[in-house]
Ligand binder design. Sequence first.
Ligand code: HEC
Ligand code: HEC
Ligand code: HEC
Ligand code: HEC
Ligand code: HEC
Ligand code: HEC
Ligand code: HEC
Length: 299
Amino acid sequence: MTHRLLPAALVLAALAVFGFAGPAGAISAPAVSTAQSALNGATNDGCLSCHGVRGKTPPVTVGSEQKSTYVDRARYERSRHGKLACTSCHLGFKPGIHDASQTAGWLVTAKLTACGDCHADQFAMYRGSFHGNLVFGHSNGKAPVCADCHTPHDILTPGTVAFRQSERVLCARCHAQAEKTYLNSYHGKAFYLGRLSAAVCPDCHGGHKILPPSSPASTVSYQNIVGTCARCHPGANRNFAGFLVHVDPSSPRSSLWVWSFNILYLILITVVFTFGFVHSGLYIYRGFKDGLYSRRHTG
Ligand code: HEC
Ligand code: HEC
Ligand code: HEC
Ligand code: HEC
Ligand code: HEC
Ligand code: HEC
Ligand code: HEC
C-alpha cells in the first residue's frame, strides 16, 4: 500500500517545491518571516518607542567606542530584514529599561552568533575563515563580524547595485594597502570608473570563506586561482591567472621583477628627458648666438 502511495507523495512533494517554494523562494523574505511579523507590530513598536526617537536613549560604551542607540525606523523597515522582530537578534530583550541581565555583554557576545541562528551556511563558512578564526579563536576585536560588513539594521541584498557599490569600501576600511594596489590594477580602475562588472575584492576572495593565499582552500590559492578567474574570464588558464593583482612597484618585496622594471623605467625616462633638455637648451643657445631669432634675419 505504502509503495503505491509513494509516487503520488513524490509528485505532491515536487508540486509543493516547484509550484510554491520555487517562484516564491527567490523573494521569500515576507513569506519566511510571517512568523516574526506576527510578533512585529507590538514588539518592534515597543522597542522603537524609545530607540526610534533621536536623543531619547543614551549612547552605550563598547570597548573604547561610544555607540549611538538610535535606530532609524524607516531605514530598518526598508531593509531586507524590515519584517524581523528586533528580538530575533536581541534575544531576551524586553521593551522597557533593560536590566543588566538583558544587556550583559550583548554587544560583545551574542552579536557574534545571533545571525548564525538563521544563516547557518554563511556562519559556518565565516567561522572557518581567517577572520572568523581571529574573532572566535583569538578574541581579536579588529577582524570583522557579520554586522561590520552587512550593518546591523540596514541590511542590503547582495546583487543589488547599492550593495555592489559598497563592496570595495567593505574591505578597504581595514585593508588600505591591498586597496591601494587593487585601485592601480586593471579591475580597480575599471570598477572605480563605474564598471560594476569588473572584479572587486569579494569576487576573488569571497565574502565569508576568506583565507590567506597560502592556504590551499583559499579562492586565490595556486590550486584555485584559475577557476576563480574563469568565473568571469571563460577559458582562463594558468598563464592568465598569473596576472599580478596586488603589486606595489615601489617595493622590491612585492615583486622583484616589477620593481626592477620600474627602476629601469625611471632611469630610462630620467636619461631621455635630461638628454632632451640639454640638447634643446644647447640648440636654442646656439640659435641666439647665430642670430637665428633676430628680426634682421627674416628679411
Ligand atoms: C523605555 C525605553 C526603552 C525601550 C522600550 C527599549 N529600550 Fe533598549 N535601551 C534603552 C536605554 C535607555 C538604553 C541605554 C543604556 C542602557 O542599557 O541602560 C538601551 C540600550 C539598548 C541596547 C544596547 C545594550 C547594551 O549593550 O547596553 C540594545 C541592544 C537595546 N536597547 C535593544 C532594545 C530592544 C530590542 C528593545 C525592544 C524589545 C528595546 N531596547 C526597548 C531604553 C529602551
Ligand atoms: C538581524 C539582527 C538584528 C535585528 C533584527 C535588530 N538588530 Fe539591533 N543590533 C544588531 C547587532 C548585530 C548590533 C551590534 C552592532 C555593532 O556592534 O556594530 C545591534 C545593535 C543595536 C543597538 C545598540 C546600538 C548600535 O546601533 O550599535 C540597539 C539600540 C539596537 N540594536 C536596537 C534594535 C532595534 C530597536 C531593533 C528593531 C527595530 C533591532 N535592533 C533589530 C542586530 C540586530
Ligand atoms: C530570525 C532570523 C534571522 C536572523 C537572526 C538574521 N537574519 Fe538575515 N535574513 C533573514 C531572512 C528571513 C532574510 C530574507 C532573505 C531570505 O530569504 O533568506 C534575511 C536576509 C539577509 C540578507 C540578504 C540576503 C538576500 O538574499 O537578500 C543578509 C545579508 C542577511 N540576512 C544578513 C544577516 C546578518 C548579518 C544577521 C545578523 C546581524 C542576520 N542576517 C540575522 C532572517 C534572519
Ligand atoms: C568581510 C565581509 C563579510 C562578513 C564578515 C560577512 N559577510 Fe555576508 N556577505 C558578504 C559579501 C561580499 C556577500 C555577497 C556575496 C558573496 O560574495 O559571497 C555576502 C552575502 C551574504 C548573504 C546573502 C547570501 C549569500 O551567501 O550570498 C548572507 C545571508 C550573509 N552574507 C550573511 C552573513 C552572516 C550571517 C555573516 C556572519 C556569520 C556574514 N554574512 C559575514 C560579506 C561579508
Ligand atoms: C582579480 C582578483 C582579486 C581582486 C579583485 C582582489 N584581490 Fe586580493 N588577492 C588576489 C590574489 C590572486 C592574491 C594572492 C597573490 C598576491 O598577493 O598578489 C591576493 C591577496 C590578497 C591579500 C593577502 C596578501 C597580502 O597582500 O599580504 C589581501 C589582504 C587581499 N588580497 C585583499 C584584497 C582587497 C581588500 C581587495 C579589494 C580592495 C582585493 N584583495 C581585491 C586577488 C584579488
Ligand atoms: C573590520 C576590519 C576588517 C574588514 C572589514 C576586513 N578585514 Fe580582512 N583582515 C582583518 C584583520 C585584522 C586581519 C588579520 C591581520 C592581517 O593579516 O592583516 C585580516 C586578514 C585578511 C586576509 C588574510 C591576510 C593575509 O595576510 O593573508 C585576507 C585575504 C583578508 N583579510 C581579506 C579581506 C577581504 C577580501 C575583505 C572584504 C570582503 C576583508 N578582509 C575585510 C580585518 C578586516
Ligand atoms: C567578477 C568577474 C571577474 C573576475 C572574478 C575576474 N575578472 Fe578580470 N575582468 C573582469 C571584467 C568585467 C573585465 C573588463 C573590464 C573593462 O574592460 O571594463 C576584466 C578585465 C581583466 C583584464 C584586462 C584585459 C582583459 O582581458 O580584458 C585582465 C588582465 C584580467 N581581467 C585578469 C583577471 C584575473 C587574472 C583574474 C583572476 C585572478 C580575474 N581577472 C578575475 C571581470 C572579472
